[in-house]
Design a protein around this ligand. Structure first.
Ligand code: SF4
Length: 380
């Protein structure tokens, strides 16, 4: 019983979807964001649907290349290109933080060239806040202050009041969402995994594009379906997939069609999103901020590589990983540095590792396939 043709998961193939349209038809707003360090619970408490900006299926960067030098990450250029062609005109707000310098630059460009472009009449409020690059007590106080100010800006821009009760309700919905995603992950790392890496990615992408209360209902259904299924029985190399953003299936399919199964990952659209919950009790906005700031980090957080390595090592053991594929989008220094360290550290532990540089829009597929197949053959 595969999830391949599951209509709910087909949402992962497109940018806009019917749930977003229904949400907006009931006079509620959608806010697009880049990326991991955004407090989704705060947006949801404000009746704003958080939509994670992606460029799934978009293979052009020509318009983006006019405004951003080609040494910029090609994911950022592809999503900008899509925005310049009207792909995000449905948004009612735009929020960004300094996740990385490439995505940070997007704030000015969206201000000047996307939502101010000729002929585009809709008023789209824009918000920016900054996140410290190290995890310390002072850093947390800074981050929390930024979130308090963001809350006030949202209230002013949309003429709303975000109450503690709204926040507490939102925390419950998001904690439940992460609990369900962890349950699916447990089904993924079984000896006979109940789902492939491609299916796990689709679930994760849909999860960032649909109201969470609807996703939670669908995740219950998907879990039931997965538990009833026999699981994947054919012997394939078990891979952990790590690195820069992946928001469509091409690269994942390339690996899984080469004789491997991606049973775990450490990706933006993946395990990193559901490992930590918001603590219940106390000031809800502070608890939301604590979770986002102290969560398992992405490489934009300096001095935290050890914790990321520890996660990889534990996951390699738990998920019985045969080999690790590291990948980064060219010019992504954050994942480039982390991957270089992982490569040495994992090889010292005699874990087979393949480290790949790539572009967001997949090119050079034959060469990539050859490298992946050679790597899989090399794994005992
Ligand atoms: S892949 Fe790297 S450079 Fe591109 S948006 Fe993500 S962190 Fe930034």
């Amino acid at each position: 019983m595969s999830l391949q043709n599951d209509p709910f998961l087909n949402i992962s193939n497109s940018i806009n979807n019917e749930y977003i349209k229904e949400w907006q038809a009931s006079k509620k707003r959608v806010i697009g964001y880049y990326c991991t360090y955004i407090p989704e619970e705060l947006l949801y408490a404000a009746n704003l649907l958080p939509f994670r900006i992606r460029a799934t299926g978009h293979e052009k960067t020509e318009l983006g290349d006019i405004l951003m030098v080609r040494f910029t990450c090609s994911f950022v250029r592809a999503s900008l290109d899509l925005a310049l062609r009207g792909g995000f005109d449905f948004l009612d707000g735009f929020l960004i933080c300094n996740s990385c310098d490439h995505s940070r630059r997007m704030f000015e460009i969206f201000n000047m060239k996307v939502f101010n472009r000729e002929g585009f009449k809709k008023k789209v409020p824009r918000f920016y806040f900054s996140v410290p690059h190290i995890i310390t007590e002072e850093g947390f106080n800074w981050y929390w202050q930024e979130i308090i100010e963001l809350k006030e800006e949202l209230e002013m821009a949309y003429n709303i009041d975000i109450t503690d009760s709204n926040l507490e309700n939102s925390i419950k919905v998001h904690n439940e969402n992460r609990r369900l995603l962890r349950e699916i992950h447990r089904l993924r790392v079984l000896e006979k995994p109940k789902l492939s890496g491609a299916e796990a990615l689709r679930i994760s992408v849909v999860n960032s594009s649909v109201p969470k209360d609807i996703t939670n209902q669908e995740l219950h259904r998907i879990i039931y379906k997965l538990k009833e299924s026999e699981g994947i029985k054919d012997l394939r190399k078990r891979i952990m997939f790590v690195g820069s953003i992946i928001d469509d299936l091409k690269f994942v399919n390339l690996i899984e069609n080469s004789g491997a199964l991606i049973v775990s990952d450490f990706l933006c659209f993946g395990t990193r999103n559901f490992l930590d919950d918001v603590q219940i009790g106390g000031n809800p906005l502070e608890q939301i901020s604590k979770r986002v700031y102290h969560r398992i980090s992405c490489p934009r957080m300096m001095d935290d590589h050890e914790r990321r390595l520890k996660f990889l090592k534990n996951e390699i053991k738990t998920a019985k990983i045969d080999g690790v594929i590291l990948q980064r989008i060219n010019n992504c220094d954050l994942h480039g540095c982390d991957n270089m360290l992982f490569e040495h550290e994992l090889k010292e532990l005699e874990i087979p590792v393949l480290n790949i540089d790539r572009e967001y829009v997949q090119a050079d597929t034959t060469r990539l396939r050859t490298r992946i197949e050679a790597f899989l053959e090399m794994i005992k």
